[in-house]
Design a protein around this ligand. Structure first.
Ligand code: FEO
Length: 173
């Protein structure tokens, strides 16, 4: 059984993951409309992954006698300045999620909830991986600059990453 405090904090995390899923879906659609098919595939996949992150918390709450709620979320941006800005926004979003996960871990320690603490460790590792991947993409974008052929190659690489990621695993961010 989880405490009301943990349930409330997890519910907040559900909303964050749902918003990430919506933002990445919006980025996928924008990339599609701009002709970046690889990046679009990457973001469609990533949006699915964020929904999976949200669902895991749903099940954890309900499996521990709580009641997970579908969150109200704000609409994500419809368009983005450019390819580079998109990924900068991804890093900011992921850093926000990481901070929230760390706060959740603190709550679980304060509540002496070992089950929740154990559950959250998966998210701690996941966030480290996610931030690492998006930083690596941003480093490549720094090298590429405004070079169109470099962007073309990166787009292709992102598409390959999305195709190679097994079901339930990260395509990237
Ligand atoms: Fe579920 Fe990318 O944070």
């Amino acid at each position: 059984m989880i405490s009301k405090t943990i349930e409330k904090a997890l519910q907040h995390q559900i909303a964050l993951e749902a918003y990430s899923s919506a933002v990445y879906l919006s980025m996928a659609s924008w990339m599609d409309s701009e002709g970046f098919e690889g990046a679009a595939a990457f973001f469609y996949k990533q949006s699915d992954e964020e929904r999976m992150h949200m669902l895991k918390i749903f099940h954890f709450i309900n499996d521990n006698d709580g009641h997970a709620m579908v969150p109200a979320i704000e609409a994500p941006p419809k368009s983005f300045k450019d390819f580079h800005t998109c990924f900068k926004n991804v890093l900011e979003q992921e850093q926000k999620v990481t901070q929230s996960i760390h706060e959740l871990v603190n709550v679980s320690l304060k509540e002496r909830d070992h089950a929740a603490n154990n559950f959250l460790q998966w998210y701690v590792s996941e966030q480290m991986e996610e931030e690492k991947q998006v930083k690596s993409i941003l480093n490549k974008l720094k090298i590429i600059g405004k070079d169109g052929s470099g962007l073309y190659l990166l787009d292709r690489e992102l598409g390959e990453m999305a195709a190679a990621a097994p079901e339930g695993e990260e395509a990237g961010a």
